[in-house]
Design a protein around this ligand. Structure first.
Ligand SMILES: Nc1ncnc2c1ncn2[C@@H]1O[C@H](COP(=O)(O)OP(=O)(O)OP(=O)(O)O)[C@@H](O)[C@H]1O
Ligand SMILES: [Mg+2]
Length: 329
């Protein structure tokens, strides 16, 4: 796990805060936190609360750290595939929603899946975790084809994933605490004391401490997304699938959630797959981009290349132009 120091050092190196201010923030964060794990996110929040730095300067610094690491990854490391699609076809209501999809999701990287509404992104994500099965082709997690797994083996593979559904999908009858605790109670043998520690740590991460007893209908849309994110993170998943984690949120909350997810990646190195319409913002903090259009992969490659693509559909989509090969009305 990454210590908060790289971000702190970056802030100090850039003259954004002094070493003394960082030290004071770390001390305060350690004293007030519910866990011994001090994330960059929490240190950053403390620095902002103490008036040592602006929120925007903090975000800029985190993304710069991500960008530096991304360059190193691209140069240094061999990418391990964790999920692979081979010629996957899915027909729904007579339509080929996935049309011979080949793709690879790299381990311990952030992959963004973008594309027009109705293009098959959510269907694709459901295939990754086995909630939908292909009509043709193969989905592999690691080396294993999902289609050959049943019972305990399938549960074990599914246990590697956490999925944040497009709508958030909190349970209306459970309060925030019980919603976040739910996967731990379902999937693990954790004691209630341990569950409490993990739930509170995640609520602290998403800034929802104090909201534990609230029910979903008492929360704003942004709070619901953050609670759903806490629930997705609480099991320490190896692979985190996020279906539009910022859809329908105001730009400030969208920014805050992007920052939180980016920090979570830098802290945990989970494999992340994020479906998002937040283009081009999402390119700042992903390694790999997949463009899905009408059930086909139009582009799959490093995020910096997608901006340079000459494909007219990709160019129109990234710019949000009304004119181009995609006819909207
Ligand atoms: N369970 C289902 N039964 C029948 N058709 C479905 C089902 N799920 C999705 N579809 C259809 O598959 C197509 C792709 O849907 P999908 O939800 O994957 O789109 P999307 O790319 O996620 O769009 P958005 O960006 O709006 O969320 C749509 O035409 C949708 O109506
Ligand atoms: Mg969708």
């Amino acid at each position: 796990m990454l210590s908060p120091l790289p971000l702190g050092e970056l802030l100090v190196a850039n003259g954004c805060v002094t070493a003394r201010q960082l030290d004071l923030a770390l001390q305060r964060q350690r004293a007030s936190g519910t866990s011994s794990v001090v994330s960059a996110h929490l240190v950053g929040r403390t620095l902002v609360e103490m008036g040592y730095i602006d929120q925007s300067a903090l975000h800029e610094c985190l993304y710069r750290q991500f960008a530096t690491e991304r360059e190193n990854y691209l140069v240094d490391s061999v990418v391990q595939p964790v999920i692979q699609f081979e010629r996957v076809v899915k027909v729904l209501d007579g339509r080929r929603v996935l049309d011979a999809v080949d793709l690879t999701i790299p381990a311990n990287r952030v992959t963004a899946i973008i594309g027009m509404s109705g293009g098959g992104k959510s269907v694709l994500l459901k295939h990754m975790v086995g909630l939908m099965k292909p009509d043709q082709g193969t989905v592999r997690v690691g080396e294993q084809p999902l289609a050959g797994l049943f019972g305990r083996e399938l549960s074990r593979v599914r246990g590697r994933f956490s999925l944040l559904f497009q709508g958030g999908a909190l349970f209306d009858s459970l309060n925030v605490y019980d919603n976040v605790a739910f996967p731990l109670r379902e999937k693990t043998k954790c004691s209630e004391t341990e569950i409490r520690a993990r739930v509170m740590r995640c609520l602290e991460e998403v800034n929802l401490v104090g909201m534990e007893r609230k029910y979903p209908d008492e929360l704003s849309g942004g709070m619901m997304k953050r609670a759903a994110l806490a629930r997705a993170l609480v099991t320490d998943p190896e692979i985190l699938l996020l279906d539009e984690p910022t859809a329908g949120l105001d730009p400030i909350i969208e920014n805050a959630i992007h920052y939180l997810i980016c920090d979570t990646f830098l802290r945990t190195r989970y494999t992340m797959v994020i479906i998002s319409h937040a283009v081009p913002e999402i390119f700042k903090w992903c390694h790999h981009v997949i463009v899905l259009h009408r059930g086909k992969v139009l582009f799959s490659g490093p995020s910096r290349e997608v901006n340079a693509s000459s494909d007219p559909v990709i160019r129109q989509f990234i710019r949000g132009d009304l004119d181009g090969p995609i006819q909207v009305i």
